[in-house]
Design a protein around this ligand. Sequence first.
Ligand code: 13P
Length: 346
Amino acid sequence: MNHQALEKTALAMVAADRGILAADESNATIEKRFKGPGIPCSEESRRAYRELLFVTPHMEQHISGVIMYDETLRQKTKDGVPFPKHLADKGVVPGIKVDKGTKDLVNYAGETITEGLDGLRERLAEYYGLGARFAKWRAVITIGQAQGGWWLPSKFAIDANSHALARYAALCQEAGIVPIVEPEVLMDGDHDLARCEEVTDAVLESVFDALGQHRIHLEGMVLKPNMVIAGLKCAQQASVEDVAVATVRCLKRHVPTAVPGIAFLSGGQSSELATAHLSAMNALGKLPWHLTFSYGRALQDGAIKGWKGEAANVQRAQDWFKHRALMNSKACAGSYRSDMEKALVA
Ligand code: 13P
């Protein structure tokens, strides 16, 4: 195993003032995102949309890596350049989502396990050949109450998902690919900030225990967690400052300093709130890891809505994406302010 190459890639992914674009929606998920603005979902419309993002002028100033879906990794710009090569030529690390989504966990109603380990070694070898240098696997943890009345998540579901994440991470590192380890505690529900912190604590403890047991080279991975945040239906939403303090407190308890960086998912937060939270965390003072973004919806919502599937709107969509990337870059330095939104909108 080439630890040095893994470390170099991981550091590039979390380089100062840059973050990751999660453009790895499955075909079913991107179809849902296209539905609002009425964009027909086809192989070509998906390609055209991803190209729009990837050729945005100077996006590499703020974007360090892009996570793609299997189909996207094999697609090309209209000039015939494979997306992974186009990105790598700009200094953006190409990545690939390798999990196969969640399935119901038998005997644990309301909980899921992420699948995709079978044949993963062979798929990773192919993805490396196609230019991918990092991968992503998302485990999903739900807070709530099952039909039988017991509280979720169960320790069993947390540990089963941690085990799968660690097996995936080991296979990635064997293949020379940096694993993004993504245990997502969902924002759905009416739980408060304290409950999210309690669950995120338990999840991160389990994840790093499993990573340790699988002898993962921590310097060659990136953690992609949720922020500690109240549920979307909670009547008492926490302040930006409270979210920042709780999230950093939770991470400090569990994430070894050997891990080079933490790249948050946005998880259903509005674009501006996801930026504000990240900035508030980075403004708290020096931390042992780079704290950055790996947003999907929060980096794309306005781009999809602005594009509407029409060539005439490409620049409008790119302007939105570039502005969001810039705002999040400021957040990496802890210097984002909401009045920059108006000042910098194209
Ligand atoms: P969101 O930022 O939309 O949560 O997506 C990030 C991601 O990659 C989820 O797996």
